[in-house]
Ligand binder design. Structure first.
Ligand SMILES: [Zn+2]
Length: 415
């Protein structure tokens, strides 16, 4: 089973657009209502039973169960009888708003932070049709249930053998988009680990460091766009909230955000292809593990962009038959790639790796990338548990046959 997401521009009529905007608003209301319900329940359980708190006087009886997804879904069916606006929305689309809330609560429980927030007017920007009986796309049109057919710009064809599973309709500053979630039932063989290995380290100053010793800079235009964004945000602060000028700048900021997102994505694809040009096996640090293993500083610095780069890299590797695996990031910057000696913690300001044991000197991030590569090769060689294949599908069964470079890697580890 293989999933892909392709995004296409769609062109609703004025009437369709009005309906879609109304759907977004109804979804937002359902989401907020369901969130308030859960929040009240949680707050009421914080209040001690034997004392009436002034701050928290939610009176919800002790035997009232937690409003989970299924309870809220049942309540939604009842609410539809009383609120006619809800009936206008496709029922599965509304249910998906509840699912979305449920997901963000689960996400919070896993990570231990990030209580879901209420969505203000205009902050709810997409809805999902979770299933289709038949293909909604034919030729130049997409047919959405209860909305109708509208033109779609199929700038690239849906690949052979794929079916449209879900459609997410997104309202962006530049217009409306349909994200088609495509699925193929064919089982795709995982790429075998072979070819030149490369390790990468995602950095704060440089975008990437490669185990070959190269550094990929953060592109200059990106810095310019960021400062333009900050300039607009400063300007917004001086305007009266809700005024015409305020909204004008707000719209500009939204457009710029979208533009930055697109430019970044393009840059990520470019780098991913360049990496695939020269290597058959690519190893990167597992960011999820990195997130939990480092302190508060890391949480802010590791922006979502890194995660999306790794997703893109994984996809490009798969498409081009390259092998991609994530490795345990712990201590990559504290190990000497030459002699595997533990060199102790480096400060962030310390930019150079210098090993007192063997005298190996190189850029700090390059050294980390080399350690990442060695861990990757070690995993490929004998599947040792040093490397954690966290995501399914990104690591195939380890290959038994050893290449010289692989053997070198495992010797270093065991010595
Ligand atoms: Zn050394």
């Amino acid at each position: 089973m293989l999933n892909l997401t392709y995004s296409y521009r769609i062109y609703p009529s004025l009437d369709q657009e009005a309906r879609m905007l109304d759907w977004l608003e109804q979804c937002r209301r359902v989401y907020n209502y369901a969130l308030a319900e859960r929040k009240d329940w949680i707050d009421s359980r914080k209040c001690p039973v034997n004392a009436c708190s002034i701050r928290q006087e939610y009176i919800i009886l002790a035997d009232v169960p937690y409003p989970d997804y299924y309870k809220q879904q049942n309540a939604l069916t009842k609410a539809k009888e009383e609120i006619p606006e809800l009936k206008a929305v496709h029922s599965q689309v509304l249910q998906d708003a509840l699912k979305r809330l449920d997901k963000s609560f689960k996400f919070m429980q896993e990570r231990g932070f990030g209580f879901p927030r209420f969505k203000k007017f205009g902050q709810y920007r997409s809805f999902v049709f979770p299933q289709f009986k038949s293909n909604p796309v034919n030729g130049f049109e997409i047919k959405l249930p209860k909305i109708g057919a509208m033109p779609i710009n199929l700038h690239r064809p849906i690949p052979e053998g794929f079916e449209v599973k879900q459609v997410r309709v997104v309202f962006k500053p530049s217009g409306w988009y349909a994200q088609l979630i495509l699925q193929a039932d064919i089982s795709v063989p995982e790429p075998m680990p072979q070819g030149e290995p490369i390790g990468i380290d995602l950095g704060l100053e440089k975008f990437l460091a490669l185990s070959t010793g190269e550094l990929v800079e953060r592109p200059r235009f990106f810095v310019d766009l960021q400062s333009k964004l900050r300039w607009l945000q400063r300007k917004l602060r001086n305007k009266k909230k809700g005024s015409a000028n305020y909204r004008k700048i707000q719209a500009k900021i939204r457009k710029l955000h979208e533009y930055i997102h697109n430019v970044r994505r393009e840059f990520h694809f470019e780098i991913a292809h360049k990496l695939c040009d020269r290597a058959g096996m690519i190893f990167a640090e597992d960011l999820n593990l990195k997130m939990t293993s480092r302190g508060m500083l890391a949480k802010h610095c590791l922006d979502a962009a890194w995660g999306s780069f790794l997703d893109i890299l994984k996809w490009v590797c798969w498409k081009r038959g390259g092998y991609f695996a994530k490795v345990d990031p712990n201590g990559t910057s504290q190990t000497c790639p030459q002699c595997a000696v533990h060199t102790g913690k480096k400060k962030l300001s310390e930019r150079v790796h210098h090993c007192s044991e063997c005298g190996y000197t190189t850029d700090r991030d390059v050294a980390a990338a080399q350690v990442v590569m060695q861990r990757g090769l070690l995993f490929v060689a004998d599947g040792q548990s040093v490397i954690l294949p966290v995501e399914e599908g990104c690591v195939s069964t380890p290959m038994k046959q050893e290449s010289p470079s692989v053997r070198k890697g495992s010797q270093r580890r065991t010595s």
